[in-house]
Design a protein around this ligand. Structure first.
Ligand SMILES: [Zn+2]
Length: 411
């Protein structure tokens, strides 16, 4: 054990045996089981928020509910950070500061808005775990921050909270934790080291058309639509052929806009592209390949203007810290037994890791299951049919979040 490394497990944990010391495991389990609150009120909270979903940036009622509950638990509460962001702080003596994050918003889906990503469940589990840890405050020492982030679906909320001075109100954490309900079987927990979610970049490309030289006839112009369609149809294969089929990279097209009805002159075509990658060098290469390809196509088509490229980072790579994750995995393994399952890497993205605010804060992000069944087609997150079973999902999520905190702070 490297005593200089604050994140080294207190017990020896090897890759082949994730089990922590059995006495310590039994103690953590006993704290979680003895202090876990009656979850009925969190079921009610879940139902209440589920029935009144609010989209990114407009989460005022959800934020107010969360803030009220944190106040009743005795947390120091700050609101309206980066929009509707809420943090609750529980000062509980010396030790590590651990920030746990959940999301307030719901994506715009059929209804036209529903909690199709399960953020209602993520919030309910963080409130339940906050209650558990407050009740168990004699058993651990440190500072707990419960953070409820707005605008995750548009991946703007984490940075907005940082830009709005989050860390002037809240101590910079030693560890950042987050969990998300997914389509694993309800009651299952999954964590892993290394990359867990992709990096995502947006490129808004504008292809400008224009008149042929000396032509005054609007019908005789270089139409940007066929050129834009050609670029859309080739973009993914082109990048894969050059980067290699084994590398994890996708170039999706999210839409297409060109022209105005009634006007036969099409000035430009806009193509929003979404590039998802895992490795930094592949990301750089993919972005360069796309830009070069579009420039070559434009020259071949002979349109008068260079295309415009508007780049923005939607989300950085979410990459779990090896040491903090190994310790959390060991705690999960011992508590959940066979319900602690391997975590799969997914091509979803998150702004969770931006909550480090550029500070060197290790982070671990894991999944918990919500599917009532393993049979047939299970609706995924963002499907209009996504519907976690309230139990045992809620109990497992509350226990997992509390365990992860206790693994670093139990005294
Ligand atoms: Zn989500």
């Amino acid at each position: 054990m490297n005593v200089l490394d604050p994140w080294s497990p207190q017990q020896s944990i090897s890759a082949s045996n994730l089990s922590a010391d059995s006495t310590e495991s039994a103690r953590l389990a006993s704290i979680v089981n003895s202090y876990r609150p009656n979850l009925t009120k969190y079921e009610e909270f879940y139902r209440q928020v589920h029935q009144k979903p609010e989209i990114s940036g407009l989460e005022s009622e959800t934020a107010a509910l969360v803030a009220d509950h944190l106040r009743t638990l005795g947390f120091e509460v700050h609101t309206h950070i980066g929009g509707e962001g809420v943090v609750g702080i529980l000062h509980n003596g010396p030790g590590k500061t651990i920030l746990n994050r959940a999301e307030l918003d719901a994506p715009p889906i059929l209804e036209p808005v529903m909690h199709a990503c399960g953020h209602d469940m993520n919030m309910a589990t963080l409130l339940g775990a906050s209650n558990l840890l407050k009740a168990a405050s004699r058993e651990w020492s440190g500072t707990l921050i419960a953070l409820f982030q707005p605008d995750e679906e548009e991946t703007g909320g984490a940075q907005a909270m940082i830009d709005d001075g989050l860390y002037s109100k809240v101590p910079i954490p030693d560890l950042l934790l987050g969990q998300h309900v997914v389509t694993l079987h309800a009651g299952q927990i999954a964590a892993k080291s290394g990359p867990v979610l992709v990096a995502a970049d947006s490129i808004n490309v504008r292809i400008t058309g224009g008149p042929y030289e000396n032509s005054l006839n609007p019908q005789i112009c270089l139409d940007p639509i066929p050129l834009a369609m050609h670029i859309i149809s080739e973009r993914d294969d082109y990048v894969h052929e050059r980067i290699g089929a084994d590398e994890d990279v996708t170039v999706a097209c999210w839409g297409f806009h060109a022209g105005v009805p009634g006007n036969d002159y099409v000035a430009y075509a806009d193509i929003p592209l979404d590039v998802k990658t895992v490795k930094a060098d592949v990301r750089k290469q993919a972005l360069r390949l796309i830009e070069d390809k579009i420039k070559v196509e434009r020259r071949t088509a002979g349109t008068p203007k260079e295309p415009q490229f508007n780049y923005s980072v939607r989300a950085p790579l979410t990459e779990n810290n090896d040491k903090t994750t190994a310790r959390i995995q060991a705690a999960f393994h011992d508590y959940f037994g066979s319900d602690s399952v391997p975590m799969r890497f997914t091509r979803a993205c998150e702004d969770f890791s931006l909550l480090t605010g550029g500070h060197n804060v290790p982070h671990t992000y894991w999944n918990f299951g919500g599917s009532p069944t393993t049979d047939g087609e299970i609706p995924t997150n963002h499907s209009p049919f996504f519907a976690p079973a309230i139990e045992p999902t809620l109990e497992a999520g509350v226990s997992a979040m509390a365990l992860a905190v206790l693994a670093f702070s139990a005294s």
